[in-house]
Ligand binder design. Structure first.
Ligand code: FES
Ligand code: FES
Length: 181
């Protein structure tokens, strides 16, 4: 009996097909099988949010999702945020506002912030802080991160990412809560 399972996942708009072990986490699939190392691993306790990606348009911690649970889904990682040479407004705003120091948390922060802005395009400062509470930063004190997200919210460019979310992503509840989980 085979110990692997076939998965077909659209990652940053490109369909990828692999045989994977059922226990392989999505974060390790992205990093080790696809070479998308922008998604980071900062803990093994579902706390830090460094591994945040979008699954069917919603932020999830990819260390809480098995790759097989993403079969048939759309996944967006930090590598899928820029439009060619043009940075996503959140990337631009983090850069302009010094929203990072070591940068380890930054991909997860940006993916979480993109999810927040999709749900709430004009958040208050406290809503930004609440929306990012599942993402930890050891360096910045958060002030510049919050400022960057507020600035990106008012960018004339798109602040969404990836395909529009499905009507009701049924797998969502099962495969990992959002960044605040
Ligand atoms: S690696 Fe820390 S929450 Fe996923
Ligand atoms: S910039 Fe270093 S952990 Fe956030």
């Amino acid at each position: 009996m085979s110990s692997t399972v076939g998965v077909r996942i659209s990652v940053n708009g490109e369909v990828r097909e692999h045989e994977v072990e059922p226990r392989l986490l999505l974060v390790h699939y992205l990093r080790d099988r696809l070479g998308l190392t922008g998604t980071h691993v900062g803990c093994d306790t579902t706390n830090c949010g460094a591994c945040t990606v979008h699954l069917n348009g919603e932020a999830v911690k990819s260390c809480t999702v098995f790759a097989v649970q993403a079969d048939g889904a759309e996944v967006t990682t930090i590598e899928g945020m820029a439009d060619g040479a043009e940075l996503h407004p959140l990337q631009e705003a983090f850069w302009k506002n010094h929203g990072l120091q070591c940068g380890y948390c930054t991909p997860g922060m940006i993916m979480a912030a993109a999810d927040l802005l999709q749900r709430n395009p004009d958040p208050s400062e406290s809503e930004v802080r609440h929306g990012l509470e599942g993402n930890l930063c050891r360096c910045t004190g958060y002030q510049n991160i919050v400022r960057a997200v507020m600035e990106a919210a008012h960018s004339p460019q798109r602040t969404t990412v990836g395909p529009p979310p499905p009507e009701k992503p049924e797998a969502r509840e099962e495969v990992g809560k959002g960044v605040g989980a």
